[in-house]
Design a protein around this ligand. Structure first.
Ligand SMILES: Nc1nc2c(c(=O)[nH]1)N[C@@H](CNc1ccc(C(=O)N[C@@H](CCC(=O)N[C@@H](CCC(=O)N[C@@H](CCC(=O)O)C(=O)O)C(=O)O)C(=O)O)cc1)CN2
Ligand code: MET
Ligand SMILES: [Zn+2]
Length: 765
């Protein structure tokens, strides 16, 4: 047997985001279900065909989805919440998308971040009672690839323990019952795969890289013993990624035929574990060598040397060479990027190029280094050129970061004093109403930008268009009765990409899209050099918006850690250093806004939580620098300048102390999409700075009713101080339509009035 190559998952969106367009056309009623199914199949097969051409030995099947792979598993198990009126049998596309997006009668399922990525999955909701397998999607995918393309693929599915841990709606005493529900379902899937003659199946268990306990490992062992007994001949590759595994010794003893480890993100600890404890001779090791989370070319010589070094403990015949994780998190191909600087472009590797690297590595292992010498040397020289480039060695930037001290991250006075100054300055009503920043990015807005970019309209015309949008929405906000306004972010493609285009050290791509959730994609900028402030980035639009109204308009910036976490970052500097570089640039922007009369400034940090290391023991170090970076960017603000921040779609309850430590005057946090879960954490933690809990979900086209939002406000006011409470939606409104936005906001204002009246009558009675 010789060494094999494998891929763990391939981007589903297509080179040109065909997947996104098909989904959105289907939702808009422009495609029939049949036409949609046809489009999906074409894409699915094209992706497999491509991997076949790139000579991947084990090609993943079943990683393709119509929305999200976690949701797929939930519907396969018939785990459809009561509110969707599901009556058994295969789940219809209508119900599937209702769970993902909500409908007029039922709120959507919660959506949250997949480990430490910007990919969002739909949270499965536990329900008791018998479950049935509604269909075997991995089997279907396997058959399709075999029959249509002659590819005997490797079905991929999320493993039982990860699925259980990511689900919600059960108490710890219900875990045994939940496991007993899931086991027969997984067993049936695997038995059917075995009967079909499938060789390898990949069971993703990334939860095993988080801080799980010894006790939990016993549960994992029990689960895998059951699966093994049911389908002993089916080769199971238990796949972990994003970090090192927590219980290596127990893990390698599990009754599976292969274990996949990440040797990029958990390299040190995983390697050490193998060196200390060895690796069982009767198992295969999935060697995650090529970074599935970043876009830099690999240093192939180093990778080969690494394989040699662990070959002392695991024979090469036992190895499967693969990316560190699914390639879902990187764009499809570099070939379409024709505007990038050549030093940079040649150093990049997206999904397709990573598969080429994989092939080279396997050739190098099979035939010896000599066989690929030319490619090894080329890769090395490209990486050397970029390391030496002046843009990575800007002395002034490095000096500025070095000279940061304690004072740099401290505002002049503590919140208690700033609060008084701000009350006087702003004189806001009780329960001030605001929004998170963006208003609908309609097709019209995007087209106007597209035209300008193509040179079909002048800069003046484009800027005039943006001003008109701002003006329109300032009027709408005043009319609705919002207290603190925003300019609407119409000039921004994306909150991170926008700043990337304006700061030094960033490059932006034309087609390097990555899925964020559902049909929504992002083009993460590339931080390739030292970060520099060049000129004010947001002042013009904010000042214009403020000139139209007597109400305050918030300046709107994206915070340092979010810019960092939502970009592809150079890997030659610690992330904290890059965060400080960004923070220093943002600090200049805050100062520019302030000196131009914008004295409410929101610095969004929605990605602060997602960057948290997966192991608790590493949290403190990260949180310390991430909080410091935020503070550096905001600390020079005057006392009466009100600094806002915003966070969304993450688990906040265990980082509330760090959220406080940001020392923002006001925070708005998404709460409704997670069904109000956050509220209860304020029973245990006091929060005594300004805070707005999102009163409605903005990722659903459904218009929230007044009573729902009053309820949400009431619930929040039971645990939070009304004098510090703000009313706002969960997040920005850029993905919504105009009409639904206006109606929803009117309802939100009405709900606030109800709450205000209640408060007033409580005071008088
Ligand atoms: N980076 C990032 N991560 C985030 C968020 C976020 O806002 N940004 N929010 C949270 C949720 N995630 C989200 C991610 C993406 C979008 C989103 O709306 N994405 C847009 C793309 C945004 C964008 O850059 N749009 C470009 C348009 C590019 C484009 O489609 N151009 C067309 C032509 C123009 C047209 O006719 O539409 C083309 O290339 O074909 C622009 O505004 O200019 C989408 O997928 O639809 C929303 C939320 C968490 N993570
Ligand atoms: C993902 S957080 C979004 C914050 C941004 N200010 C907006 O409203 O779109
Ligand atoms: Zn948000």
């Amino acid at each position: 047997m010789s060494v094999l190559s494998s891929n763990l998952g391939y981007p589903r969106i297509g080179e040109d985001r065909e997947w996104k367009r098909a989904l959105e056309s289907f939702w808009a009623g422009e495609l029939t279900e049949e036409q949609f199914e046809f489009e999906m199949k074409q894409l699915r097969l094209r992706h497999i065909q491509k991997q076949k051409e790139k000579q991947v030995n084990l090609i993943p099947v079943g990683d393709f989805t119509y929305y999200d792979q976690v949701l797929d598993l939930a519907v396969m198990f018939g785990l459809v919440p009561e509110r969707f009126n599901y009556e058994g049998g295969p789940v219809s596309l209508e119900t599937y998308y209702a769970m993902a997006r909500g409908n007029q009668d039922a709120v959507a399922c919660e959506m949250t971040k997949w480990f430490n990525t910007n990919y969002h999955y739909i949270v499965p909701e536990y329900k008791s009672g018998n479950l049935n397998l509604t269909e075997n999607k991995p089997l279907k995918a396997y058959r399709e690839a075999r029959d249509e393309l002659g590819v005997r693929g490797k079905p991929v599915l999320i493993g039982p323990y990860t699925f259980l841990k990511l689900s919600k709606g059960y108490e710890s005493h219900q875990i045994p019952e939940f496991i007993l529900q899931l086991l027969p379902l997984y067993t049936q899937i695997l038995v059917e795969l075995e009967q079909e003659g499938v060789e390898w199946v990949q069971l993703d268990e990334p939860i095993l890289v988080t801080s799980i306990t010894e006790e939990e490992m016993k549960t994992v062992a029990y689960i895998y013993e059951q699966l093994h007994e049911a389908a002993p001949k089916l080769k199971k590759l238990l796949q972990t990624y994003f970090d090192s595994v927590s219980h290596y010794e127990q893990l390698v003893e599990l009754p599976v035929q292969g274990i996949g480890l990440d040797f990029v993100h958990g390299k040190e600890q995983n390697t050490q574990a193998i060196e200390t404890h060895g690796f069982p001779e009767d198992k295969v090791l999935g060697v995650g060598l090529i970074n599935g989370r970043n876009i830099w070319k690999s240093n192939l010589s180093e990778k080969l040397a690494f394989v040699e070094s662990i070959a002392k403990h695991v024979s090469v015949e036992q190895m499967i060479i693969q990316p560190s994780s699914s390639l879902l998190h990187v764009p499809v191909t570099v070939t379409n990027e024709d505007k990038l600087d050549s030093t940079l472009k040649q150093a990049l590797s997206f999904a397709d190029e990573k598969l080429d690297e994989l092939k080279l590595l396997v050739d190098g292992i099979r035939l010896g280094k000599e066989a690929i010498r030319a490619q090894l040397e080329e890769a090395e020289s490209i990486l050397e050129t970029i390391a030496q480039a002046p843009f990575r060695n800007r002395v002034a930037v490095h000096e500025a970061v070095k000279s940061l001290d304690e004072k740099s991250s401290k505002r002049q006075h503590p919140f208690s004093e700033r609060r008084v100054a701000q009350q006087e300055r702003w004189n806001l009503p009780s329960l001030p109403i605001t929004t998170i920043g963006s208003f609908p990015q309609t097709a019209e807005v995007r087209q106007a930008r597209q035209k300008w970019r193509k040179g079909e309209s002048t800069t003046e015309q484009y800027e005039q268009f943006i001003q008109n949008e701002i003006k329109k929405w300032i009027e709408i906000q005043e009319e609705i009765g919002i207290d603190v306004l925003v300019h609407g972010e119409f000039e921004r493609t994306d909150m991170v990409e926008f700043f990337g285009e304006k700061l030094g050290g960033f490059a932006f791509t034309s087609k390097a899209w990555v899925q964020s959730y559902g049909s929504r994609c992002v083009r993460p900028p590339v931080i390739y050099g030292d970060v520099e402030f060049i000129e004010p980035m947001t002042v013009k639009e904010s000042v214009y918006a403020q000139s139209l109204t007597d109400k305050p308009v918030k300046g709107m910036l994206t915070g340092p850690t979010t810019i960092l976490n939502w970009s592809f970052v150079r890997d030659d500097l610690p992330r904290s250093q890059v965060a400080f570089q960004i923070a220093l640039a943002l600090r200049k922007e805050v100062e520019a806004l302030e000196s131009n009369g914008i004295q409410m400034i929101q610095v969004d940090e929605p990605a602060l939580r997602e960057g948290l290391p997966l192991k608790r023991s590493e949290w403190d170090e990260y949180l310390e620098w991430a909080v410091q970076a935020f503070r550096i960017s905001t600390a020079s603000a005057q006392d009466q300048t009100q600094i806002h921040t915003h966070m969304c779609y993450s688990e906040f309850k265990d980082i509330i102390d760090s959220i406080k430590a940001l020392d923002a005057d006001v925070i708005s946090i998404e709460t409704s999409r997670s069904h109000g879960e956050l509220i209860s954490s304020f029973e245990e933690h006091t929060y005594d700075q300004g805070i707005g809990l999102g009163v409605y979900d903005i990722h659903s086209p459904r218009v929230p009713r007044v009573e729902e939002m009053t309820k949400m406000i009431d619930r929040a006011l039971r645990v939070l101080d009304p004098a510090l409470f703000w009313v706002n939606p969960d997040c920005g409104l850029k993905t919504r339509g105009i009409e639904e936005t206006v109606v929803s906001l009117k309802n939100m204002v009405e709900a606030t009035d109800v709450a205000r009246n209640k408060l007033a009558s409580e005071v008088t009675s």
